[in-house]
Ligand binder design. Structure first.
Ligand SMILES: [Zn+2]
Length: 594
């Protein structure tokens, strides 16, 4: 995945306006002919709505000369005919800054009976507009949760994979070795992990937030995932499927820990391969380090510490020895990272895969300390966190930032509260609660102001903005746990509606979910397998206000939600990634749990 380089270059160049020409390099991308066109006039969550949930549909007015809001009425009726179950008037017309669209909102929340419906609008002589059918029911998100979590099985490296319907491949990338940059040499008999994104690399830093988020799903939203049957090779074993799938990646992360406790940054080939199936990529999969002593990187090591600490809690009831192994790995990793607090990573010479270079590892160290304290109760970790958060107060009060692969400070702070240990500072717990509520209230405001209901500010339409929406939902659901507020949960659900169709494209960004779903993600197996539909359950990165890929050529800059193309070459707008799917799994578990 390339976005790491982009971020670094954007910083160097002083902003998004100065695109380095080198980013637009030629590759054997297959260009899709049927790019998406702007969506239909009535958009909503194509997977449907829960009976008691808010149901806000957006009417897209085609032009400034569209009928005025005062003359429009709407009605809802069962799809197979029958009496109108709701009629009303949409909201006033508003100009939506994120999309540039003129929109109105229809509130269908009072329709609660399970069934399939259509929405019609009547503009008094200007014709009738009719929506596609939509469903209301208590199980409307179960398939989406199943597919999005099962997509991790599809991303597995080092074993044969078979999702059914032809989505399959034999074992891949078994030829592994230490790269010279790792401080070691020779072959390395490890395999496993998840392919990170549209490429076949495996990166500890991005695995960190992805695996951590999924383990948090297990801990916080257990009712929705405890019994999920993923139909994976481990199904029926002593470990529940949800944890068994995560263990596939966790084991690989643990295999990148050196005997001194440090963790190598990534395992990839030296270059991205072409758009081929994974078993056809015969480049050596190298364990790659920083190129100079101590060879391992701080962020990767602290990420492993945090994730292994959570894992020790999650796997304990099923496999005591494994839980102990995870706890030991976490302790050793944090000890190494504390001794080496600022070993950052850049690609060594000759390596051109994703960097996930992060210049600031303080938040990863905080997260590791918080999770280890929650798991073990050892006060050294609490003290390390309480001292370490000082930099978060630099601008005054404590700030909560939406989590992302390069900033995990919020996950550290929330863990401090969720640990519910007696030695916690009640003053600090109160500060974290207050800051979290303040940040969540801002997201709720964003949702109300956005014509399509998502919680993003205009500046959030970055590379992987759909992942930002997912993480903002995680933020809202966690904050609701810290301080009960139904409005936070409702805003979190609005992002789900946005991702699954209530957007200016009338598009579900999750492959094979919804009537009109993303078809051409930047994902090598989807491009190379000869099957028209992409692999299921994958979330596209989505709109990017500053795209930087071959598909961006010729795009006219516009409102940020409009900066999207459903084409394979659009890696800055349409790639998939394990760290974007993970908060979506969390969100889907949250809505399924109710
Ligand atoms: Zn592989």
């Amino acid at each position: 995945m390339r976005r790491r380089e982009f971020l670094k270059m954007a910083t160097v160049c002083g902003g998004a306006a100065a695109w380095p020409a080198a980013l637009f390099f030629a590759e054997p991308f297959a260009w899709a002919a049927d790019d998406v066109v702007e969506g239909g006039p009535i958009v909503f969550n194509q997977a449907g709505y829960l009976p008691d949930a808010a149901k806000l549909f957006t009417l897209r007015l085609s032009s400034p000369s569209s009928p005025s809001s005062s003359s429009v009425t709407f009605s809802v009726r069962p799809v197979n005919g029958g009496a109108v179950v709701l009629s009303g008037k949409p909201s006033a017309v508003r100009e939506d800054a994120a999309s540039g669209d003129r929109v109105q909102v229809c509130d269908l929340s009072s329709v609660r009976a399970a069934g399939h419906y259509v929405l019609e609008t009547d503009a008094g002589g200007a014709g009738t507009k009719k929506s596609a059918p939509f469903e209301i029911g208590k199980d409307v998100y179960r398939r989406a949760l199943w597919l999005t979590m099962r997509s991790y099985y599809g991303q597995r490296c080092g074993c044969s994979v078979d999702l059914g319907d032809g989505y399959a491949h034999p074992a891949c990338h078994l030829d592994a070795a230490f790269h010279a940059s790792s401080g070691k040499s020779g072959p390395y008999k490890n395999h496993g992990g998840w392919h990170d994104a549209g490429d076949y690399g495996r990166y500890v830093v991005n695995s960190g937030i992805s695996t951590g988020t999924l383990l948090w799903t297990w801990e916080m939203l257990n009712g929705a995932v405890r019994k999920i049957d993923l139909k994976i090779p481990e199904s029926g074993g002593k470990i529940p499927d949800f944890l068994a799938e995560i263990k596939w990646n966790l084991d690989w992360m643990l295999s990148l820990q050196d005997v001194d406790g440090g963790v190598w940054h990534k395992q990839t080939s030296e270059n991205f391969c072409a758009f081929i199936m994974p078993q056809d990529d015969h480049m050596t999969s190298y364990v790659i380090g920083t190129g100079a002593a101590p060879f391992k990187s701080t962020c990767a090591t602290a990420d492993l510490a945090a994730v292994a600490a959570i894992a020790a809690r999650c796997y304990g009831p099923y496999d005591d020895a494994y839980a102990k192994k995870c706890a030991d790995a976490a302790r050793q990793a944090l000890a190494w990272a504390s001794k080496n607090p600022n070993v950052t990573f850049e690609n060594p010479a000759g390596v051109r895969t994703g960097g996930y270079g992060d210049d600031d590892c303080r938040d990863e160290l905080l997260w590791a300390a918080a999770e280890l304290w929650r798991t073990t109760g050892d006060e050294e970790y609490r003290k390390a966190l309480e001292v370490g958060i000082g930099y978060l107060r630099a601008d005054g009060g404590l700030k909560i930032k939406t989590p992302g692969w390069s900033d995990l400070s919020a996950m550290a702070l929330w863990t401090y509260v969720m640990a519910e240990r007696k030695s916690a500072s009640s003053e600090l717990v109160a500060q974290i609660r207050e800051a979290s509520v303040h940040a969540a209230e801002e997201l709720v405001r964003n949702s109300r102001e956005n014509g399509y209901g998502n919680t993003m500010a205009l500046g959030d339409y970055v590379w992987g903005s759909n992942g930002v929406a997912g993480n903002q939902s995680l933020q809202l659901i966690v904050t609701d746990r810290l301080q009960k507020n139904e409005g936070f949960r409702a805003a979190a659900a609005e992002n789900l509606h946005y991702l699954l169709g209530r957007n200016c494209w009338d598009l579900s960004w999750v492959t094979q979910v919804g009537r009109n779903a993303c078809m051409h993600p930047h994902h090598r197996p989807s491009g190379a397998d000869g099957i028209a539909a992409p692999w299921p359950g994958l979330l596209s990165g989505g709109p990017n206000a500053h795209p930087a890929d071959p598909a961006a050529k010729g795009m006219t800059p516009g409102p940020p939600m409009k900066m999207y193309r459903d084409v394979e070459a659009a890696y800055s707008m349409n790639e998939i990634a394990i760290n974007w799917n993970a908060p979506l799994v969390f969100l889907l578990a949250g809505v399924n749990e109710g």
